[in-house]
Ligand binder design. Structure first.
Ligand code: ADP
Length: 326
């Protein structure tokens, strides 16, 4: 621990509401504990282009309520090469940064893991993604806000769906993970959720139709996770046109609005706890771990586990949805 004096912080990959609250927490907690802090702009790219600024407590004033990330985020192909990572390391040394806190998703933490091992450089990860798809943590920063945004949108679509007696496929984010679709469906009283976790096991559309859904109802809403396997909401609607032409089907793709907005109280508190825990972890000589939360307790999850393992969906939730949509 004695060798860490200055901590760098960056946000990388897909943005998520609550990243600012996490930046604030890391910065303030680090300064509180006597460290210097440097903000690195545009994810790993900022390490190659040298976009780095000293961060004081004022740099993170008035941001806890803001969506997006004041540090900006980016994808950086060069960081995936050994040469790119060497340049990044040289920049860190030049700025006398001794440890890195990376806020991002699966890809960003994979990068942090490789970098940490290559240069024996202390890295701590915070799970920042609306998809909630990182193993070892019950929740990720941004997930709760996105879920609430989805709920508000679906409630509005329901008004028009009911007026016209239509079947609506509403596509939500989560290419490989159905947390948003499944819990969004339960929260909005939707008919069903079509999720990637089981799309290779069963034909969820055929199952939906054969269960006789919509018989007793004048409108139906199905939440669909974007997915190359099912073709997402568009792909499923095309199938309905072809295979079940009796249905009047409409598609709504929520898209990027799911990433925006002021974070919920739950996300702000989660980000604040995780940000502070990142500094605790460094002071406890933890290396190459992601901060997670399990049963409302902060835990340290080795990068290797957080990245490699798939986070399973709770299948009892599917059963609950099925029961409640009769
Ligand atoms: P997310 O973090 O939201 O999953 P990405 O998968 O796009 O987003 O990853 C963000 C960035 O993390 C990439 O642009 C790259 O800079 C870095 N990264 C991802 N995978 C690797 C890897 N295998 N090696 C090194 N860096 C990586």
């Amino acid at each position: 621990m004695a060798d860490i004096k200055c901590i760098g912080i960056l946000t990388s990959g897909g943005d998520a509401p609550g990243m600012n609250a996490a930046i604030r927490a890391v910065t303030r907690s680090a300064i509180y504990n006597g460290f210097k802090v440097k903000g690195i702009y545009r994810g790993y790219k900022g390490l190659l282009t040298d976009e780095i600024e000293d961060f004081k407590t004022q740099n993170v004033s008035n941001i806890i309520q803001a969506g997006g990330t004041i540090l900006k985020t980016a994808r950086c192909k060069e960081f995936q090469t050994p040469e790119g990572r060497q340049l990044a390391y040289d920049t860190l040394r030049r700025h006398e940064i001794d440890a890195l806190v990376v806020i991002g998703g699966d890809g960003s933490l994979t990068g942090a893991r490789i970098f940490a091992n290559e240069f024996n450089f202390p890295c701590i990860g915070l799970p920042g993604t609306i998809d909630n798809d990182l193993f070892g943590t019950d929740k990720t920063i941004g997930y709760d806000t996105a879920l609430n945004t989805i709920m508000e949108c679906v409630d509005k679509i329901r008004d028009t769906a009911t007026s016209h007696e239509r079947l609506f496929f509403i596509e939500v984010m989560g290419r490989d993970a159905g947390f948003l679709a499944l819990n969004g469906a339960i929260a909005t009283g939707a008919e069903a959720a079509i999720i990637p976790e089981i799309s290779t096991e069963v034909d969820q559309l055929a199952e939906l139709i054969s269960n006789g859904f919509r018989k007793s109802k004048n409108s139906s809403i199905v939440l669909v996770a974007e997915s190359p396997v099912t073709g997402g909401a568009m792909g499923l609607a095309e199938r309905v046109h072809r295979e079940y032409p009796a249905y009047d089907v409409r598609v709504s793709i929520l898209g990027h609005l799911q990433r925006g907005g002021s974070p919920t109280a739950t996300d702000r508190i989660l980000a604040s706890r995780m940000g502070a825990a990142a500094i605790d972890a460094l002071m406890e000589d933890q290396r190459n771990v992601m901060i997670g939360i399990q049963n409302d307790q902060i835990v340290y999850v080795p990068f290797s586990k957080a990245i490699k393992n798939d986070k399973p969906i709770d299948r009892t939730l599917l059963e609950t949805l099925r029961k409640l949509s009769i």
